[in-house]
Ligand binder design. Structure first.
Ligand SMILES: Cc1cc2nc3c(=O)[nH]c(=O)nc-3n(C[C@H](O)[C@H](O)[C@H](O)COP(=O)(O)O)c2cc1C
Ligand code: SF4
Length: 480
């Protein structure tokens, strides 16, 4: 039976563990940074030499680390895209916006072990020739900002940051910036715009890939808090050893934020892919099961934007059998290993690592309406399909949850959602707002239709007015 494997959160909840520097140093803090600084230039058999920073980048590549912020993109590959020949400074930004609903893991690291995040950041900066870096923290995390500012001051005092760090000749400073408190500030290019002092309008890619044209149009690395913490452990263990944690292509550990209708909501660190969704929900070591007398209805596996799974849903996945051969197998949703690839293969994603459990007391239409209202509020408004579509979907769902549903609403919702993603928008928010609607309505169609029929019946039976004509016209104007 899988258990928690605490690497990043190893000390976080110990009663005597505090977020100050002295405590961190007592627990081996900044040793990985010293090790990284001491990585000497290596000569290769062909006469070429590889510097310390390049070797560190190689360790991260060998570790197979994938970003913990949402997309699960290879960290080593992202770092390899950085334009190192432009002659411009290279910046690094730690994305501490943590805005995906259901996610509360970065906050734990910041509150309980801020120096670990700083150490990971410092090593990542050194590995990438960065001399100025930023922490972009969600505006509402005032306490987190205070803790991090204190940790930064402590790190400067000990010369882990600043000029000529530990007499190495390497200079680095890190500045903390409190964000604007909007979801789109978590999207890396929106974040960069916001950090530059502008409205957080995401930039179009190409050409504005941060690795080439990021902060102040300079090469920039944006990594999540947890990803940067993992860098510290990769350097401490070595990339090859780190890659033995987790499962192939899904290495290391991951902190899962578990919420909803379960006995023990909270954060749990596990080796990636070693526990299934069902184990995370039901095992005593994790969620401890559903509330008494309740049945599972659905699971949102990777933050609110991930496509929902319906209880009992089955997927055909390619899996390697004991004979080493790959064969297609039918897998129940609860038996999906909680890793990046299995969830993508099942048509959803593990995203920011946030599992939201919905039991049979959940009103699915209400739940989707709540999510859609969030996305309609958070769209930055630059792209018409996202700005208008998210609002139309939210309005239709508001109607459905306020006794004004119409039989065609389910189709209407799917039609709008289908017309938002697929290269029609500047950023992935387009997908993020469409996926919940596509999956909730697609998988629970009967509940949406039943709700609308009940509303229509009720209206027929009473003298209540019908939906305003203007809204029907709006529905008709959505492209099919
Ligand atoms: C709408 C939207 C919101 C996002 N919010 C966050 C966030 O709050 N935190 C985060 O780390 N990444 C967030 N991301 C992903 C970032 O754009 C980026 O991919 C990530 O910070 C890269 O870090 P990683 O490679 O370490 O995962 C968001 C993406 C989108 C499209
Ligand atoms: S997809 Fe939505 S959030 Fe992203 S840039 Fe376009 S309007 Fe803004």
């Amino acid at each position: 039976m899988p258990q928690e494997f605490r690497q990043i959160l190893k000390y976080a909840d110990q009663p005597d563990y505090t977020p100050d520097m002295e405590c961190y140093l007592r627990h081996g803090g900044y040793e990985a940074w010293k090790k990284a600084l001491a990585t000497a230039t290596k000569s290769l058999p062909d006469g070429k030499t590889v510097g310390g920073p390049e070797q560190l980048r190689d360790e991260v590549r060998m570790a197979g680390l994938r970003g913990r912020g949402g997309a699960g993109f290879s960290c080593g590959l992202k770092w390899s895209f950085v334009d190192r020949k432009s002659g411009k400074p290279i910046y690094l930004i730690c994305n501490a916006d943590e805005s995906e609903p259901g996610t509360f893991k970065d906050k734990q690291i910041i509150y309980k072990d801020p120096h670990q995040m700083l150490e990971g950041m410092i090593i990542a900066c050194y590995a990438n020739d960065v001399h100025l870096a930023f922490i972009y923290i969600r505006g509402e995390f005032m306490e987190g900002a205070r803790i991090l500012n204190r940790a930064l001051a402590e790190a400067r005092t000990k010369n882990f940051l600043g000029k000529n760090i530990l007499a190495s000749g390497y200079d680095l400073d890190i500045w903390l910036h409190r964000g604007a408190g909007v979801y789109i500030c978590g999207e890396e290019t929106g974040l960069i715009e916001s950090l530059e002092g502008k409205r957080a309008y995401p930039r179009i890619k190409p050409p504005y890939f941060p690795a080439v044209l990021g902060l102040y149009m300079c090469p920039t690395i944006v990594n999540n808090v947890e990803t940067l913490c993992a860098v510290k452990h990769i350097v401490a263990m070595g990339g090859t050893e780190y890659a033995k944690l987790g499962t192939p292509n899904n290495t290391g550990t991951r902190i899962v934020s578990l919420s909803g209708h379960i006995k023990k909501p909270g954060y749990y660190e596990v080796e990636v892919g070693k526990a299934t969704i069902g184990q995370l929900i039901n095992d005593p070591a994790f969620g401890g099961g559903l509330l008494d007398g309740r049945k599972l209805k659905a699971v949102i596996p990777g933050g609110s934007s991930a496509k929902v799974f319906k209880a009992g849903e089955k997927f055909k996945l390619k899996r390697r059998g004991p004979d080493g051969k790959e064969a297609e197998q039918e897998v129940d949703m609860l038996d999906l290993p909680y890793d990046f690839d299995s969830l993508i293969a099942a048509g959803s994603m593990s995203g920011s690592g946030a599992i939201i459990v919905l039991d049979d007391s959940t009103d699915i239409v209400e739940a989707l309406s709540n999510i859609a209202e969030f996305y309609a509020h958070e769209s930055c408004g630059q792209c018409t399909p996202c700005r208008e579509g998210s609002l139309w979907m939210s309005k239709a769902l508001h109607r459905l949850t306020h006794g004004q549903g119409r039989k065609q609403d389910a189709d209407y919702l799917v039609r709008i959602a289908d017309n938002i993603p697929g290269g029609r928008t500047i950023c992935a928010f387009g997908e993020a707002c469409a996926w919940p609607v596509q999956s909730f309505v697609g998988k629970f169609m009967d509940e949406f239709i039943a709700r609308a029929e009940a509303d229509e019946q009720h209206r027929r039976a009473s003298t209540q007015s019908v939906v305003p004509a203007s809204e029907i016209e709006m529905a008709a104007s959505v492209p099919s």
